[in-house]
Design a protein around this ligand. Structure first.
Ligand code: 5AD
Ligand code: SF4
Length: 503
């Protein structure tokens, strides 16, 4: 925890007197000081006696923005609410507590949250006893906290990503206090093992393997909002996966901001993601995925282990961000176009049918037309099956936000459009190849648009809609694909004993 950090800009009001715990702004200088400070492991989480029953007769609602890490944090917070005696609700109007679990990755993600806070004002007026909280990555930004304190007085509590285990105390304080309760820690470092979790489904589960990121890509806010890299101990992860397998889960996704750095912070053992995957593949759970990878730390041992196949899925999400070595350098990605392509070559050689997907940012400060075209040519060369594409969004406190930028927004938008055209073209081509094939599908449930149709995903994470019995939900079944669309496949379930010809 840090002590008060008042702004040196005289014109800005100092809100620190309102803080119960105080934040420091995302400062590269401060954050880079993280070094090897000690990581503490705790497994002593419990609901204090005086808070038991706090939620009796009350309902909670959590809206989640952003990545899977946030989705999983929401599952932990839901677990804590249930342990306190609250009931869940899907309707904000029925809720006694509303939490917005926020994302700070791009400006439009933040704008959505501010918009929602505006909408919730009238509900708060109608129900003054309603508690409204903001948590997640935006809460770790000083500018956001100041804006909420200044403009959104109907918010009752703000807490960050490092202290969700403090939720019972924060709620208690919010019930007692007339002031906004702000508890945001800049200091991270702890790994808390035994938090309750209320998982969203019974088929697929997320498993955190590490927290934070030390990569400091120049555009990215995550190293500031999620803190330094710290890995969970392998035995804890393996125990959690075994437990999920015993409960009947069919798929797990190992989560981290930069999963390839898993284990780098261990001082007593030499143990990386390859070692972890090699142990997890022996556990009787049908499907194992991981996200997100950083190409720089993707080592040969991991490739060797992934090539063993079995329950390790043949899909790798490998964010490249740009196809230009010069832009990659300014982004501080620490690899060149050639190094990335060499990694792709090794992965394809070891896992011939692998499906690769990626993340790309267009319109980085001063990106030239030629540099952008290098991204297009790399996209074709790798032959990605699909991609998440973004226009660069400056994030306050990051080095890129201070860079001058000569690329007009019109040009950025036009580049995004051109890239998306290519993404669609290659995605449609990749999907077309499935027509007439039989694929294995883990059935999630009814299709969102049509309850008479089932929906699930292939090993390569392609969405399949198909006709089949409801009893197939939660199982892996074979589906013959008869129509390919750009983003999904249509098919029919086939007999168990027909061999799958997975492309
Ligand atoms: N602007 C645009 N996109 C960003 N991403 C991360 N930070 C930014 C930013 N400032 C993208 C990257 C990352 C994905 C999760 O979000 O492509 O891989
Ligand atoms: Fe952000 Fe990913 Fe780079 Fe970490 S590795 S700084 S999370 S883009």
């Amino acid at each position: 925890m840090n002590t008060a950090n008042s702004s040196d800009k005289k014109s800005e009001k100092d809100y620190s007197k309102y803080f119960t715990q105080v934040i420091t702004p995302p400062s590269l200088k401060e954050a880079k000081k993280r070094g090897k400070s000690e990581i503490q492991y705790h497994d002593d989480f419990g609901i204090p006696e005086e808070f038991r029953g706090m939620g009796e007769g009350r309902k909670f609602y959590i809206r989640t923005y952003g990545c899977q890490m946030n989705e999983h944090d929401t599952e932990v917070m839901a677990g804590i609410f249930l342990a306190l005696g609250y009931e869940p609700t899907d309707n904000t109007e029925d809720a006694n507590v509303i939490l917005l679990n926020t994302c700070a990755i791009r400006e439009n993600a933040e704008n959505k949250v501010f918009g929602e806070l505006g909408h919730l004002k009238s509900l708060k007026m109608e129900k003054p006893d309603l508690l409204l909280g903001v948590c997640g990555c935006m809460s770790q930004e000083e500018s956001v906290v100041n804006k909420i304190l200044k403009t959104y007085h109907h918010v009752d509590m703000i807490f960050g990503t490092h202290n969700i285990h403090r939720l019972p105390h924060i709620l208690n304080e919010a019930y007692m206090s007339k002031e906004m309760v702000v508890e945001v820690w800049s200091k991270e470092g702890d790994v808390i093992e035994n938090l309750p979790k209320e998982r969203k489904g019974q088929i697929k589960a997320w498993v955190n393997i590490m927290y934070g990121c030390d990569k400091f890509c120049t555009y990215c806010i995550v190293p500031y909002t999620r803190g330094k890299e710290r890995s969970r101990r392998p035995e804890e992860i393996i125990q959690e996966v075994r437990h999920l397998a015993a409960q009947g889960y069919k798929e797990i996704t190992l989560l981290g901001q930069n999963v390839n750095a898993y284990g780098k912070d261990f001082e007593d053992i030499q143990y990386g993601l390859g070692d972890l995957m090699d142990e997890i593949r022996k556990i009787d759970i049908p499907r194992v995925r991981f996200t997100t990878s950083h190409p720089r730390d993707f080592d040969d041992h991991l490739i060797e282990v992934l090539a063993k196949g079995g329950n390790l899925m043949d899909h790798i999400h490998l964010p490249v961000q740009s196809g230009s070595t010069d832009i990659l350098k300014i982004m501080a990605r620490k690899y060149t176009r050639e190094q990335y392509l060499e990694l792709v070559r090794k992965i394809k050689a070891a896992i011939p049918n692998v499906s690769l997907t990626t993340d790309i940012i267009v319109g980085y400060p001063n990106e030239t037309e030629e540099q952008f075209e290098e991204t297009l040519s790399l996209y074709r060369e790798v032959g990605y099956e699909t991609a998440y594409t973004f226009i660069y969004s400056p994030r306050e406190g990051t080095p890129a936000a201070k860079m001058e930028d000569n690329v007009p927004m019109e040009v950025k938008k036009e580049r995004l459009q051109r890239l998306n055209n290519l993404v669609n073209e290659l995605s449609a081509e990749a999907m077309k190849k499935y027509e007439g094939q039989i694929v294995e599908v883990l059935v999630d449930g009814e299709s969102k648009n049509n309850p008479d149709v089932l929906a699930g995903y292939t090993t390569k994470n392609k969405l399949v809609n198909f006709k089949g019995p409801k009893s197939a939900i939660g199982n892996i079944v074979k589906v013959k694909i008869n129509e390919a669309k750009t983003w999904s496949l249509n098919g029919e379930m086939v007999e168990e004993n027909e061999p799958a010809e997975v492309k």
